[in-house]
Design a protein around this ligand. Sequence first.
Ligand code: PGA
Length: 250
Amino acid sequence: MRKKFIAGNWKMNKNLKDAKLLAIALKNKLAGVNNVTIAVCPAAVCIDAVAQILKDTNISVGGQNIYFEKEGAYTGEVSADMLLSAGAKYVILGHSERRQYFKETDEIINKKIQTALNVGLLPIFCLGETLEEREAGKTFEVVRTQLEGGLNNINSEKMLKITIAYEPVWAIGTGKTATKEQAQEVHKFIRNWLKEKYGMEISEKVIIQYGGSVKPSNAAELMNQPDIDGALVGGASLDPDNFADIVKFK
Ligand code: PGA
């Protein structure tokens, strides 16, 4: 059985003081919850402080982005090793906001995934279709292209270190969640793609999270789908009660 994995994506929210307060609240609210893997992904500048607060707890820390070069003259960028050294275990890569606003392509995302794995950071690889693509009947085609591009040259050993997050763009931050049937359908498609590329055993082990307006009221029905193994939570992860309720979904 795959252990559910619920991660909070704080995006560009919470300054250092507020990030610390949120981390302390979550540490208290989620103490002793060990049936779910839990992570929070603050802004890069807050990772060190949040990781110190959450050290030796059941909550891991992740980053939201890295640059694919190892180090050097890339003003403003943050490397995989920097995130790791600040206390991150995971890194979100390929988020639709990065694809949309920062023009990240599947090729760039693939480089970032390789770079993260090379230093030992565990990628949470996001993908998903836009509303236009869904309405044009292109969901599977888009998801397949993103899988092929993002996971190019990723062997089985590496694949086991990657979490996939299916996040339909039309459901992110809109309050409009995919129905459990819509989400399960795409998750199953992703798992079948993994099965074709890596075989049954690996496809059954990879965690596939759903993301897009996950909240306490819809977490359980999504999580109870056979191929939905957790959630990547944006807006609702900024409130400790909401995030804790999602983690403790029933
Ligand atoms: P949302 O964001 O929960 O606010 O829709 C999810 C995400 O972008 O990871």
